[in-house]
Design a protein around this ligand. Structure first.
Ligand code: URA
Length: 476
């Protein structure tokens, strides 16, 4: 049966199936099926199945003309197809149809169909961005016969568009070592550390409520909420009301807004942010940083890298942020800068294994150039946001001496920017009684050569030697 005689009705098998749409569209164009003869429907929607014999397109011949679609169109279409607008399949087909005669149509910014396509693409990208930022996992324990307990994290999210499957890879990479499920009204994803499975749509009540991680998020969020910098309106715009109920920290919004004035003056007085309810173990920090998206760096395709070393180390060595190799391996200072650091530590006689080695910023900030990810230094705001985690590590490890390597690490420790050449070589007392020593970052040495490198290596060794001697005094 065909509702539209002389036409084709295509029912999509899935709302987000770009490959299916592309195959159908290619065939239709090769059969010169004008857009007004093609009717597209959502899965489960009204309309006849394309598989109906009467409606099936005859096979295309090997010598059918090639269908023209430039890369820009394919990229836009791949995203736009995830939009919830039921008209999207038809719109895409109309644009593809027109592209056959006018390959430059996408350059016409005034064209209403091109404009609509770009709008769909933008809405979908925004929805994915919100999903990356606002998914909050809650810890649940699965018990097997009451004996084994296995940790699992479950999140509830309500996307506006069909973005769940398209974002599976992001969450898989981000939370590779966790077992997790993301439940949505459109379907669910389940990751067990090895395999991704899809499941049926879920309801809000299928996801758990409060858990202990929420306190951590709440206190972290409260601590970075700086009314002096953040306009409440901008924050609320970024975090639409519909996501509030899923986000533990959102419970704080009314309180934060009301208390903004008071907190501001308190912070100005103290010259610092106020921290509450810190995580109590390094393991808790490790778990929490993986879910941290409080600055744009956490939004990139990267992994949080936790500090490593004894939890009672007398020396804490602090770098800037993980590099490409650290991000992949999941340990600080294992790439070229780490190898250089190791050789200098060994030369001076500081045992790396006895030190706690960590970074100011926990995620790798980069720009992509082809297949390469090029390091980018974190900005002051990103360093300040991430201070919460290094301060938490410090509160647990309680090092006697901290060696900050480079300007970012120095800012992470002091909350302000200092000139390395001015502060290196002598201790800076910290409020908890420990001492901060500042030196250059080993990557700086790596960028030099010849006599300049030799000179900087000498200064670096001299700083390490002073740290070693001071540690000896403090331990004695
Ligand atoms: N640079 C850093 O600052 N930290 C690392 O872990 C690696 C390189």
């Amino acid at each position: 049966m065909n509702d539209h005689p002389g036409s084709y009705t295509i029912r999509m098998p899935r709302s987000d199936d770009f490959d299916f749409w592309r195959e159908m569209a290619r065939s239709l164009i090769q059969h010169e099926a004008a857009p007004d003869r093609v009717f597209w429907s959502e899965p489960g929607g009204e309309g006849d199945l394309f598989a109906d014999d009467e409606l099936a397109l005859p096979d295309t011949h090997a010598n059918s003309p090639a269908v023209r679609a430039n890369r820009r169109f394919v990229n836009l279409a791949r995203n736009a197809i995830l939009h919830s607008d039921p008209e999207r399949f038809a719109l895409l087909y109309r644009v593809l149809w027109r592209l056959q005669n006018n390959p430059r149509i996408l350059e016409d910014k005034a064209d209403p169909e091109v404009r609509r396509l770009e709008e769909l693409d933008k809405n979908v990208r925004r929805d994915s961005h919100k999903m990356h930022a606002f998914v909050r996992f809650r810890l649940v324990e699965n018990t097997h016969g009451g004996v084994e307990a296995e940790e699992r994290y479950v999140a509830w999210f309500e996307p506006d568009h069909h973005i769940l499957r398209a974002n599976a890879g992001f969450f898989m990479r981000r939370f590779a070592n966790m077992r997790w499920s993301i439940l949505t009204p459109q379907g669910s994803l389940h990751w067990d550390g090895h395999t991704m499975c899809e499941g049926p749509p879920a309801e809000r009540s299928d996801a758990p409520g409060d858990d202990s991680m929420e306190d951590l998020w709440r206190s972290y969020y409260a601590s970075i909420f700086n009314p002096a910098r953040l306009k409440v309106g901008a924050m609320l715009k970024e975090m639409p009301r519909k996501y509030w109920k899923n986000m533990p920290e959102a419970a704080l919004i009314p309180e934060l807004v009301a208390g903004a004035q008071k907190r501001e003056s308190k912070m100005v007085e103290a010259g610092t942010l106020e921290f509450e309810d810190r995580p109590e173990t390094l393991e808790a920090i490790d778990k929490a940083i993986h879910a941290c998206r409080k600055c744009p760096i956490g939004e990139l395709d990267n992994h949080a890298v936790m500090g490593e070393g004894p939890s009672d180390a007398a020396l804490m060595i602090v770098g800037e942020q993980p590099g490409d190799q650290e991000d992949q391996i999941g340990r600080p200072f294992v790439g070229p800068a780490g190898q250089l650091l190791d050789s200098h530590l060994e030369k001076i006689g500081i045992e790396r294994k006895a030190s706690y080695v960590t970074n100011t910023v926990k995620h790798f900030k980069y720009v992509r150039r082809g297949k390469r990810r090029l390091h980018q230094s974190p900005g002051a705001k990103e360093i300040d946001t991430c201070r919460w985690w290094i301060e938490s590590e410090r509160a647990i490890v309680k090092p006697k001496l901290i060696l900050a390597m480079g300007a970012s690490a120095a800012r992470g420790m002091l909350g302000k920017t200092v000139s390395i050449s001015k502060v290196r070589g002598s201790p800076i007392p910290l409020e908890d009684g420990s001492e901060l020593w500042v030196t250059a970052h080993p990557s700086y040495l790596l960028r030099l050569d010849g006599p300049a490198r030799e000179e900087q290596a000498r200064l670096f060794d001299a700083d390490l030697a002073a740290v070693k001697e001071r540690l000896h005094e403090l331990s004695g």
